[in-house]
Ligand binder design. Structure first.
Ligand code: CA
Length: 105
């Protein structure tokens, strides 16, 4: 995508990241991320935002929490829940930082 807004670019990055780690078990089924690839994604892509990304038990717990339909794989919708779960506390931290900047001015 050559042109686009920052938000469009960010969404594209998130979708590309899902495609990078997900696969299709057969051509008619949507792409999903296996547990093994999900653990790889956590440690390679989210090691600054999430703690314990190298901890297998913590990663498996996260997969279990996200895996709503309990098929042992992470669908795009389940992946999106993770993104929302990360974005929410980060938005809170950014607002706190903005608030402290205002207070010190
Ligand atoms: Ca699932």
């Amino acid at each position: 995508m050559a042109e686009g807004t920052e938000l469009e670019w960010a969404v594209q990055v998130l979708v590309n990241n899902f495609d990078k780690y997900s696969s299709r078990c057969c051509c008619r089924k949507p792409r999903r991320i296996s547990k093994k690839d999900f653990r790889k994604m956590l440690s390679c892509e989210l090691n600054h935002m999430l703690t314990d990304t190298g901890n297998r038990r913590a990663a498996d717990k996260l997969i279990c929490d996200l895996d709503e339909n309990k098929d042992g794989r992470i669908s795009f919708e389940e992946y999106w829940t993770l993104i929302g779960g990360i974005a929410s506390p980060i938005a809170h931290i950014i607002r706190q930082q903005e608030q402290s900047v205002k207070l010190t001015k």
